[in-house]
Design a protein around this ligand. Structure first.
Ligand SMILES: Cc1cc2nc3c(=O)[nH]c(=O)nc-3n(C[C@H](O)[C@H](O)[C@H](O)COP(=O)(O)OP(=O)(O)OC[C@H]3O[C@@H](n4cnc5c(N)ncnc54)[C@H](O)[C@@H]3O)c2cc1C
Length: 532
């Protein structure tokens, strides 16, 4: 994570073939540049795609530190070339340069038309973004204490959107100038956010920051759509691709970023068609590009606050006095896994901290010290499964007696497998480096060594905003199909309003099922319109 890491080199730069360079020459313009010329610099609003024919370019950070060099047949750029985000690095010519420049919109079109080129360029852009997120001093500077909710909200937003950042926390004690920067600012002006290029925002909302960075479509006060999709995780993006490609005017909104929880997964091993696994960033990044290709409108960050069902159109009211009137609405707001309230959790998530214990994780954990956190049956099952796979498992839970929350048969199995159970144990801090967990500190102050953590703290559906408008089960998940007395499988208690993915009562909490449900929902929307 940018707040702690030292400089790392991004992965080797892939090269373009002679025929790919020829294709680029056909849509771009050949140019030259001298040593010392700057092709684009930190804070620029945009830049062209640059393919190098001869010469060399260094990519440097704000302090002038070199991150990587690109030579002949290689190309410059990272995700912001497509998303339109502000430029985070400077490209400096280090050897006389001959290059092809392709304007952004033309490059976008080419990526849609040319599969192999798209594969090469997109994978490199995504890998470079992941590399930049690990380089200290690149991207945003966020100055604010951990005790400030506004600071934590902005941090959450930049993490979800995978924007490179450095966090300066005056409460950490090792950064005295951070406190000086905040001196004299009132609470509403915190955090202080410095954008690439030097612009400062004081106490920005996620929306203001997003717009300042050049990302996120701005919605008009009143928008209309055939299909409004609320939530841009796999279910929402699945619906966006199928809805827009099948001719529906499709608008997708999300309260944080595009990609949902899947975007947080380090490696999804069980998604069909990717035998070697695929990172959540890459899977959802590709889905977003695909949805844009079909002209789905994707708008973030906009939180849906209420739903008012209507005959012709349903109205969804958003956080900042905007509203969307849509002929059909798909609720795809997912569920939020409860997370541990510790500061650096995100550094470990998907690497050594997991929310599910499947075969890939069990394989990692053989003969390792592992903690399973939670007192319910899912925690018990995971503890048994991991212990049978050869891990040395400790079950940590916060109550005095496991029998209050776990079935008796599982408690017996847990004991039979040699799992150590620690009652009244809550984790207060994680320790390690580069995502590798080494130890945890309990609230009691005790330190325990673990290499992996599995969190089973329950999941909360993101449905509070619906109030009583839509039928929900006892845990708040949305009822669909027969359970909602709906004639359509994913229909809710309100005709024309559908639900897909993790938010649906009884759903399988998996990416593939979420995507499938999003696609199915579009067919049901067509059937609903046809019946009108
Ligand atoms: C760390 C981790 C690893 C995982 N690994 C795997 C794996 O390997 N394989 C697998 O199959 N599954 C995995 N999962 C589960 C998988 O990610 C989920 O099943 C899947 O993301 C569900 O998709 P969804 O679209 O239903 O919901 P989500 O992905 O949860 O997306 C919901 C979206 O709705 C938005 N939202 C919520 N409320 C509102 C509102 N009021 N207004 C606007 N937007 C809103 C949220 O910001 C979010 O972006 C993993 C989950 C986690 C957390």
């Amino acid at each position: 994570m940018a707040s702690t890491a030292t400089q790392v080199a991004p992965p080797d730069s892939p090269t373009l073939s002679a025929s790919q360079l020829k294709t680029l020459a056909g849509v771009g313009e050949e140019r030259t540049a001298d040593v010392g010329d700057v092709l684009y610099r930190i804070g620029d609003a945009s830049y062209p795609f640059i393919a190098i024919l001869e010469g060399e370019v260094a990519i440097v950070d704000a302090a002038g530190n070199e991150i990587v060099r690109h030579g002949a047949s290689s190309f410059l750029g990272e995700l912001n070339l497509l998303s339109g985000q502000t430029v985070f690095v400077t490209a400096l010519v280090t050897q006389p340069l001959r290059f092809i420049a392709v304007e952004r919109e033309r490059m976008r079109a080419l990526l849609f038309e040319d599969g192999p080129m798209s594969d090469l360029v997109l994978s490199a852009f995504i890998a470079r973004r992941e590399g930049l997120q690990r380089v200290q001093g690149v991207g945003l500077e966020i100055v604010g204490p951990r005790s400030s909710q506004a600071t934590m909200r902005i941090l959450d937003f930049v993490r979800t959107n995978r924007i490179p950042f450095t966090w300066r926390d005056p409460e950490r004690g090792d950064d005295p100038t951070a406190a000086t920067l905040l001196a004299g600012l009132d609470t509403a002006s915190i955090p202080l956010v410095r954008l690439p290029g030097g612009t400062e925002l004081r106490g920005p909302s996620s929306g203001q920051l997003s717009r300042a960075l050049g990302i996120g479509r701005e919605l008009a006060p009143l928008e209309e759509a055939d299909l409004l999709v609320v939530g841009a995780g796999p279910a929402g993006l699945g619906a966006a691709v199928y809805g827009a490609s099948e001719g529906l005017d499709t608008l997708v909104i999300d309260s944080s970023g595009l990609g949902g929880q899947a975007g947080a997964s380090r490696r999804i091993e069980n998604y069909l068609g990717f035998p070697a696994g695929i990172s959540g960033t890459e899977l959802t990044g590709r889905a977003v590009t695909q949805a844009r290709k079909f002209d789905a409108r994707l708008a973030t960050p906009y939180r849906a606050n209420s739903l008012e069902p209507g005959g012709e159109r349903h109205v969804v009211r958003l956080e900042d006095d905007r509203e969307v009137a849509a002929r059909a609405v798909l609720l795809a707001t997912g569920a939020q896994y409860r997370r541990l309230p510790v500061e650096n959790l995100a550094d470990y998530e998907g690497i050594t901290v997991f929310y599910a214990a499947g075969p890939p994780e069990a394989q990692l954990c053989g003969a390792e010290r592992v903690a399973v956190v939670g007192g319910g049956n899912s925690a018990g099952q995971a503890a048994v499964w991991l212990a049978r796979g050869g891990a040395l498992v400790t079950l940590l839970h916060r109550r005095a007696d496991l029998r209050e929350t776990m079935s008796a048969y599982l408690i017996r199995e847990v004991a039979d497998c040699g799992v150590v159970v620690r009652d009244k144990s809550e984790i207060a801090a994680l320790h390690g480096a580069d995502g590798q967990l080494e130890a945890v500190t309990l609230a009691s102050g005790e330190n325990l060594q673990f290499s992996f953590l599995f969190l089973f703290l329950g999941a909360l559906p993101c449905t509070e905003w619906l109030g009583d408008t839509i039928g929900r089960d006892d845990d708040g998940f949305i009822l669909t199909g027969p359970a909602a007395n709906a004639d359509k499988l994913l229909g809710t208690t309100v005709p024309g309003v559908f639900a897909a993915g993790d938010v649906r009562s009884g759903s399988t909490k998996r990416c593939a099922t979420a995507v499938g449900e999003g696609a199915l929902a579009v067919q049901l929307v067509h059937a609903h319109f046809a019946a009108d």
